[in-house]
Design a binder for this molecule. Structure first.
Ligand code: GDP
Ligand code: MG
Length: 180
């Protein structure tokens, strides 16, 4: 077996947002370059997060990317989920207006739990941009929200067509490193 490289830092990222927006799909696309049309209940029984080793600016980083196992359906996300998170990806579906509206609630929830890391880096992620004909939330609308009340960086992705997924994770990691 190949020994694992020495890791300079371990970063915790969490994916949150309404059921069905594509959180697990983004994780699977990023860590395994796979996509499934079926709804993915969770990343695996008893699994909280997936690891990925990446190199950024000569640094070897271990990412622990946390995904819900469907608890978001009942909004029973525990403090453990957010605890120590360096970065949050708040995901909505650009074809589902409700999922965008509810980002406000998710943002309030996360701020309650992030007392131990108030300056975690936050991204507002509009997924499913491949479904352009059904789009309900424009990039401009999302950008305005991100600027005015979320104080997040706004990006758009498609887990299905592999658009901007790698770049989004790279970017949030760079922002985390910059924030120190
Ligand atoms: P989660 O509940 O937020 O984890 O969402 P899932 O990852 O389980 O995805 C929910 C559904 O949306 C599944 O049927 C996925 O195949 C689909 N899906 C996820 N991402 C995309 C995307 O970028 N484009 C399209 N068209 N469908 C997607
Ligand atoms: Mg899921």
């Amino acid at each position: 077996t190949v020994p694992e490289p020495a890791v300079d830092a371990t970063l915790k990222l969490v994916l949150i947002g309404d059921p069905g927006v594509g959180k697990t799909s983004l994780l699977m696309r990023y860590t395994e370059d796979k996509f499934s049309e079926a709804s993915l209940a969770s990343i695996g029984p008893g699994v909280d997060y997936k690891r990925k080793i990446i190199t950024v600016d000569d640094k070897t980083l271990e990412l622990q990317i946390w995904d819900t196992a469907g608890q978001e359906r009942f909004r029973t996300i525990s403090g453990t989920f957010y605890k120590g998170a360096h970065g949050i990806l708040l995901v909505y579906d650009v074809t589902d207006e409700d999922s965008f509206t509810r980002c406000r609630t998710w943002a309030q929830d996360m701020d309650r739990y992030l007392y131990d890391k108030p300056d975690a880096v936050k991204y507002l992620v509009g997924n499913k941009i491949d479904l352009n004909e059904s789009r309900k939330i424009s990039a401009t609308t999302a950008q305005d929200a991100a600027d005015s009340y979320f104080e997040m960086t706004q990006v758009e992705t498609s887990a299905k067509d592999n658009i901007n997924v790698e770049e989004t994770f790279q970017s949030i990691v760079r922002d985390i490193l910059k924030a120190g």
